[in-house]
Design a protein around this ligand. Structure first.
Ligand code: SAM
Ligand code: SF4
Length: 368
C-alpha cells in the first residue's frame, strides 16, 4: 500500500490504512474544494452530518460493541481537548455540516460534557443558522445531566436500550444497570426533547422475543423505537451473521401486533420508518447489513483521538492530530483533511462481500 500523503506533503503521512484500499491516491485531484464549499465525495454525496466521538470509555460493556476485559483504551493524552474538537467542528460547519451528533463510548462520561454541548451548540453555518446538536447515549446518569445539557443547547437525544428485562440487560451489557437506563429514558421523556429515539440492536436468542415489548415501551414514552441490525463492529470480532436479526424478521414480528405503513421521505436518514396502525407513532429499522443505505450516506466521523473516518466500516483513517497539535493548525489545513477523507469514500461498505475486512477499532472507539 502506498504511503504517499494526499494533501499535506510536508507533514508525516496523515493517512493510516489498516486494510481495504479506498480511492487510489493517484486519482486524487490537486484541488478538492476550499474552505466554505460543501464537502462532496466522488459519488456526488454532499456531507451534512458529523459524528463526534468524545471518548472510547463506557459505563457498560455491550457484547456487540466491547469485550468484557482486555480492551485497549485510548491514551488520555491522545483524546482531543474541547478546544480541538470545537476547532474541527467550526471548520466542518463552515463547509456545510448542519448536524453534530455526540457519541462514544459513552459521551456522558466526559467530565466537560455540558461545556462541550455549550460550545458546539453556538456554532453556526455560513448562513448563520445554528447547527443541530444531538447525542447518542446509554442514558446512565442522564437525569443528573439533562437540565444542564438542554440549557447548554442539546436538541435531540437517542438512548440505547436492547431489553427491558433486568437479568438479560446484565448479561448483555455485563453491568446490572437497567434501572439507571430506565431512569434516563424517563427523564428524557419528561424533558420535552423531541423526537426522542430509542435504539435497540436485535439479536437472535437474546432479545428477539421482546421486539413488540420494546416498541410498546417506546410508544408509552412518546419515543420512536429504532431497531438496528447487528453489524460486525464488536471489538472482539465475534460477529456472526446467523445471530443477526434481519429487517424482514423484525417487520414480520411487529406486523403480528400493528399494521405497518411505510413513512415516505426518508432522505439521507439511516432508518426506514413505518407508522404503527393509524399513527402517530412510528417504528424505524436501520438495516445496515441486509438493506444498506450507503447511496444516501451524508455522514463523516471524528474519533475521540482525532481520526477522521468516512464510513463506520472504513479501514482508513485521516489523522488530524499533526494539524491540531502542530505549529500551524490552520483552518485551511483542517478543511483540506476533511475533503481528503471524504474524497476517499467508497460507494458503499462491503459487509456482504467475501473480501470484507472488519475495522480494527470496535464501535466504542469509532463512535456509533
Ligand atoms: N454509548 C452510547 C450508546 O450506547 O448509545 C453511544 C455509543 S454506541 C457505540 C452508539 C450506538 O451504536 C448504540 O445504539 C449501540 O447500540 C450501537 N451499536 C454498537 N455496536 C453495534 C453493532 N455491532 N451493531 C449495531 N449497532 C451497534
Ligand atoms: Fe457502551 Fe454504547 Fe458500546 Fe454499549 S453500545 S458498550 S453503551 S459504547
Amino acid at each position: 500500500m502506498s504511503a504517499t500523503p494526499i494533501v499535506l506533503g510536508a507533514r508525516p503521512d496523515p493517512v493510516r490504512e489498516t486494510g481495504r484500499s479506498e480511492t487510489p491516491r493517484a486519482a486524487v485531484p490537486q484541488r478538492l474544494g476550499a474552505l466554505g464549499d460543501p464537502i462532496r465525495d466522488t459519488h456526488g454525496r454532499v456531507h451534512r452530518d458529523l459524528r463526534i466521538s468524545l471518548t472510547d470509555r463506557c459505563s457498560l460493556r455491550c457484547t456487540y460493541c466491547m469485550p468484557e476485559q482486555g480492551n485497549e483504551w485510548l491514551a488520555r493524552s491522545s483524546i482531543l481537548t474541547l478546544d480541538e474538537i470545537e476547532r474541527v467542528a467550526r471548520v466542518a460547519a463552515a463547509d456545510g455540516i448542519t448536524t453534530f451528533r455526540l457519541t462514544g463510548g459513552e459521551p456522558l462520561l466526559r467530565p466537560d460534557i455540558v461545556e462541550v454541548v455549550r460550545r458546539l451548540a453556538r456554532i453556526t453555518g455560513p448562513d448563520g443558522t445554528p447547527v443541530e446538536l444531538a447525542m447518542t447515549t446509554n442514558g446512565i446518569r442522564l437525569p443528573d445531566f439533562l437540565p444542564g445539557l438542554v440549557e447548554a443547547g442539546l436538541r435531540r437525544l437517542n438512548i440505547s436500550i436492547d431489553t427491558l428485562r433486568r437479568d438479560r440487560f446484565a448479561d448483555l451489557t455485563r453491568r446490572d444497570r437497567l434501572a439507571d437506563v430506565l431512569e434516563g429514558i424517563a427523564a428524557a421523556a419528561d424533558s420535552g426533547l423531541r423526537p426522542l429515539k430509542l435504539n435497540a440492536v436485535a439479536m437472535r436468542g437474546v432479545n428477539d422475543d421482546e421486539l413488540v415489548d420494546l416498541v410498546a415501551f417506546a410508544v408509552a414514552h412518546d419515543a420512536q423505537l429504532r431497531f438496528i441490525e447487528q453489524m460486525p463492529l464488536d471489538a472482539g470480532h465475534t460477529w456472526d451473521r446467523s445471530t443477526m436479526v434481519t429487517r424482514e424478521e423484525i417487520l414480520a414480528a411487529l406486523s403480528a401486533r400493528w399494521a405497518l405503513t411505510p413513512v415516505p421521505g426518508r432522505g439521507g436518514a439511516p432508518a426506514e420508518r413505518w407508522t404503527l396502525d393509524d399513527g402517530p407513532h412510528t417504528v424505524g429499522v436501520i438495516a445496515s447489513v441486509t438493506a444498506p443505505f450507503c447511496g444516501n450516506c451524508d455522514r463523516l466521523r471524528l474519533t475521540a483521538d482525532g481520526q477522521l473516518r468516512n464510513c463506520l466500516f472504513s479501514t482508513t483513517e485521516y489523522d488530524l492530530v499533526p494539524i491540531l497539535r502542530g505549529a500551524d493548525p490552520s483552518d485551511e489545513a483542517i478543511d483540506a483533511m476533511l475533503r481528503s477523507c471524504i474524497h476517499g469514500k467508497l460507494p458503499g461498505h462491503a459487509i456482504n462481500d467475501p473480501s470484507f475486512l472488519q475495522p480494527e477499532r470496535g464501535m466504542n472507539a469509532i463512535g456509533g
